[in-house]
Ligand binder design. Structure first.
Ligand code: FAD
Length: 316
């Protein structure tokens, strides 16, 4: 079977759920080989075998973390020369997409970004992309070079497949040309104590209907151990940071439960949440388009409905 390279998505050595999703997809296409770029080998690396990584290549040179993405693309090019993968899967984050683009130029390969599904085809992987705010799905395949595919979060449900991967440290050499943008400071976002939006099992999102008061949304989210999301109208009004925006120009989420409070259900918002397993809306307008999409709907004022729901959940 041919190797499928998977770039490990992690924050400070803590592996993110998207990595398990990518490894699950990789198993459909060949033998997953995980590539970790970070400081020091951590316990998290052998654990990648839980999702079927047959090998982990660790690039732990501290210099790789000191610069923006260019050295990482160079490093991956050297790993690709060694592993000769049939496919390269990269998380569809802003950084992942820049690495992928640079790598595609270096390998003279075709690149597909933002895949929401990848399946094995007769002559290489076939990707699915959701375009025009989710109005069309496009299937595509790379016709030149080693297919490089960036995959959106929640494109697959992680499936466990225990392997005992060998972790191999691999030294790369980085050219001076790639060291042109150095990181001078990096600050983690203020911790909210809530799960990360794209990884959360439950999300409670607020829209213009909050009137700028996200208190009831946050309180209900906290009673459920959920993440908080926001519509663009709420973000554009300055009521919630852009990092929490769900939709076409925000994050794509696919939790078990998505609660939309005071959100009308515009197509651009749906594009980011319509694959959620169960959708609940609270809206005072019974004609709101969001109700076309929901599993459960509550017609009412979110400032009354959410505190009542929070009280009920907290009692249990
Ligand atoms: P509105 O559409 O104003 O809806 C507010 C809703 O709240 C209404 O249904 C109202 O009945 C209800 N309401 C009011 N008061 C209450 C109350 N007290 N209790 C309960 N319900 C109440 N939008 C996104 O969300 N994400 C994106 O990524 C995104 N990207 C976009 C990209 C482009 C190129 C464009 C053109 C638009 C994009 N939009 C996006 C904007 C999108 O078209 C909508 O304008 C936006 O989603 C509306 O946000 P909203 O539902 O919060 O506000």
């Amino acid at each position: 079977m041919s190797n499928v390279l998977v770039l490990v998505d992690h924050v400070g050595g803590k592996v993110r759920k998207t990595t398990a999703e990518l490894l699950t997809i990789a198993r459909r296409l060949g033998e997953p080989v995980a590539v970790y770029i970070g400081a020091g080998v951590t316990d998290a690396l052998p654990a990648l075998g839980q999702y079927g990584a047959t090998k982990v290549i660790a690039l732990t040179d501290a210099e790789l973390g000191q610069y923006l993405v260019a050295p990482k693309a160079e490093a991956l090019q050297q790993v690709a020369a060694k592993v000769e993968p049939a496919v390269i899967l990269i998380p569809s984050s802003a950084e992942g997409k820049e690495i992928a683009a640079r790598l595609a130029v270096k390998l003279e390969s075709g690149l597909i970004t933002d895949a929401v599904d990848v399946q094995a085809g007769d002559d290489g992987p076939v990707t699915t992309q959701s375009v025009f705010a989710g109005n069309y799905t496009v299937q595509a395949k790379v016709t030149h070079g080693t297919p490089i595919i960036t995959v959106k979060p929640n494109a697959a449900t992680p499936e466990v497949a225990e392997t005992g991967p060998e972790v191999e440290e691999f030294e790369v050499s980085i050219s001076d040309a790639a060291k042109t943008a150095r990181i001078t400071e990096s600050k983690p976002r203020e911790a909210t104590g809530r799960p990360e939006l794209t990884e959360a099992a439950i999300i409670v999102s607020g829209g213009r209907g909050t009137g700028g008061d996200f208190g009831p949304v946050e309180a209900f989210a906290d009673s459920l151990g959920a993440a908080v999301g926001a519509s663009r109208a709420a973000v554009d009004s300055g009521w919630y940071p852009h990092a929490y925006q769900v939709g076409q120009t925000g994050k794509t989420v696919s939790p078990q439960l998505y609660v939309a409070a005071g959100i009308s259900g515009a197509i651009q918002h749906r594009a980011g949440m319509q694959t959620s397993k169960t959708i609940v809306a609270v809206n005072k307008d019974e004609e709101a388009p969001i109700f076309e999409l929901v599993d459960f709907g509550v017609v009412g004022d979110l400032h009354k409905v959410l505190p009542a729901a929070t009280e009920e959940v907290t009692k249990r």
